[in-house]
Design a protein around this ligand. Structure first.
Ligand SMILES: [Zn+2]
Length: 494
């Protein structure tokens, strides 16, 4: 009988904005998503999609499975030392309890930084390697908004990364990691990881060119078996990491030389697109003026994405800057989804639907977020434990309220989260299709759900808490030269 592998899986994930005034502790993990061993839900979450896939393999008798802890905290500031020690030691003790493991599969994010560790993922993977030795196969999935360290590369057999931004392919990425790890176990492949430092930090939405074609190209390379796997690390500009910036990962079947060549070719091609990768952005003022102008021409709503006040990047998501401009320009038929304010939500829930109250909401974490708004508002709808969808996963928004004044409808949420899909509005009773202007907080994860419902998308670059300019950000750990801080970080090819 064919020997089947014994697999352990776990997931610890968050994205650390080291510049954020918010801090991350165990409560943040427990509030967002926390599953003890064997308690992972049936639905996949962004970084823990390996769990339901592996369970499926176990049910088919293809593997033996040991399910470890899975947790995710909404991106925020530095993780405190006790929390990181606790989570890391929990995973290590779950592994130490097992007599024999053949494969370890981890769903990680790749941008976790704690007070006592600047490379949490590298630290975790190396510790697992030290316990289990070199014969055990370690497969990892990463989010592209991460910092790829040498420790991660040196102690891993398989790395796969979401190719799409929005990350709609998180299940495929997990499947690919599991399949390659299984093939390695059965000695069908001999994976060799090559990487290339692109030396670049910008944002790379794959919903637009040139990234759309670049991602299609790397998918084509995998399909045609030029490489077992090709991934792009985009980097995460709000994390002060020595490994900051874009990287290419190529996994070949026993041919590291070819992998090195391909990763550097792809890396320099990506670098050549550097000035056209980020979307065109508008200032706070010009985005509202532009939206007003366009709303006179088109029937469907104009969408303004407040790309930097995005809780998915570790900030509060409570900026009122764009909303204050809407109020001052007396614009009507506007909906905002959402502004984080748990205290205001509590007050709305206490008074109930259809009550009219004086409410102060928004901008409670930092003076850079526009200032609190004080208004007499109608509490139109309250929802306990609201959710929005993102692909096949459910994103918890906590208790929410929809408030109305001056023909402006606003969602207040109590769990920080960005806008992923149009149901952020419909679940709170807002008929978004009859609005003139929609304002959401998200960099690009909203794109697939909203694009067909709106006539135009305006990317608003509003200066606030988020460190949105690598040239100005005060990185203390970055010692490598990267663009745009240096115009020519690569010595060759000029
Ligand atoms: Zn990401």
């Amino acid at each position: 009988m064919k020997k089947i592998p014994r697999i352990y899986c776990a997931s610890i994930a968050t994205e650390t904005n080291t510049f954020s005034p918010l801090k991350t502790d165990l409560k943040n993990f427990k509030e967002t998503f926390y599953a003890e061993p064997n308690k992972h839900p049936k639905t996949p979450t962004l970084c823990s999609a390996v769990f339901p896939l592996l369970r499926n393999k176990k049910n088919k008798g293809e593997i033996e499975l040991v399910e470890g802890t899975a947790t995710w905290a909404e991106p925020g500031g530095l993780i405190n030392s006790q929390t990181w020690n606790y989570l890391k030691n929990k995973i290590l003790s779950e592994i130490k309890k097992e007599k024999k493991l053949d494969i370890v599969i981890l769903g990680l994010h790749g941008a976790m930084i704690s007070r006592n560790c600047i490379d949490c993922e590298g630290d975790l993977i190396k510790s697992i390697r030290n316990i289990l030795g070199t014969k055990v196969i370690i497969g990892i999935t990463f989010d592209p908004h991460s910092h790829l360290s040498k420790k991660c590369l040196d102690n891993t057999n398989i790395i796969t990364v979401f190719k799409e931004f929005p990350h709609t392919d998180f299940v495929e990425t997990a499947k690919h990691c599991i399949n390659l790890s299984m093939k390695t176990f059965y000695k069908i492949i001999d994976p060799q990881i090559s990487s290339f430092d692109v030396k670049m930090m910008t944002i790379l939405p794959t919903s637009k060119e040139p990234m759309r074609s670049f991602v299609d190209k790397i998918k084509h390379l995998e399909k045609n078996k030029i490489a077992l796997s090709v991934s792009i690390i985009h980097g995460f500009m709000a994390g002060d990491s020595p490994d900051l910036g874009a990287k290419i990962i190529v996994i070949t079947n026993g041919n590291k030389k070819n992998g090195n060549k391909l990763s550097s070719q792809l890396g320099m091609e990506l670098f050549s697109y550097r000035n056209n990768l980020a979307p065109k952005t508008f200032s706070a003022n010009s985005s509202i003026i532009e939206a007003k102008k366009l709303s006179l021409k088109f029937k469907r709503p104009i969408l303004i994405a407040d790309i930097w006040d995005n809780p998915g990047g570790g900030v509060a998501g409570d900026s009122t800057i764009l909303l204050k401009k809407v109020i001052s320009m007396k614009l009507k038929k506007v909906a905002v989804g959402s502004i984080w304010d748990p205290l205001a939500v509590k007050k709305c829930h206490a008074v109930g639907e259809n009550a009219v109250i004086d409410l102060s909401f928004g901008s409670k974490i930092s003076p850079l977020a526009g200032g609190t708004i004080k208004k007499k508002v109608l509490v139109k709808k309250i929802v306990k434990k609201a959710y929005q969808k993102f692909g096949s996963s459910l994103v918890p928004m906590g208790d929410c309220a929809c408030i109305v004044f001056d023909n402006i409808e606003i969602i207040l949420n109590s769990n920080r989260c960005q806008a992923f899909s149009t149901d952020i509005f419909t679940n709170l009773g807002i008929n978004f299709s009859e609005k003139k202007i929609l304002i959401i907080k998200s960099t690009n994860h909203f794109y697939n759900s909203f694009n067909s419902h709106v006539s135009n998308i305006i990317y608003a670059s509003v200066n606030g808490i988020y460190p949105n300019n690598p040239k100005k950000n005060k990185y203390s750990r970055l010692k490598r030269k990267i663009w745009p801080i240096f115009s020519k970080p690569h010595i060759i090819n000029y």
